[in-house]
Design a protein around this ligand. Structure first.
Ligand code: SF4
Length: 77
């Protein structure tokens, strides 16, 4: 399963009943594409910095598709 695989590779998980978002700080290039696209979902001044309740799952997924490093991954439910 994707979740177990990514957690074993150092990803953290943020999820609700629509989507599970995974983030790996070691891969993040800090390009900021995610924050520019939606600063409510992705806010580095907040802990946790990913809040999947701030947008529909399909919108979050389309933002993550633009992450250049694969630091962000997702699984829609
Ligand atoms: S788009 Fe990807 S690489 Fe860029 S800041 Fe966000 S998570 Fe990091």
């Amino acid at each position: 399963m994707l979740k177990e695989e990514l957690l074993s590779k150092g990803y953290k998980a943020y999820e609700n009943d629509e989507i599970c978002v995974f983030w790996n700080p070691d891969l993040c290039q800090h390009a900021g594409e995610c924050i520019k696209a939606n600063s409510k979902v992705f806010d580095v001044s907040r802990r946790p910095w990913v809040d999947v309740s701030q947008a529909p799952g399909d919108e979050i997924a389309s933002i993550i598709d633009r992450c250049p490093s694969e630091a962000l991954r997702y699984e829609l439910k």
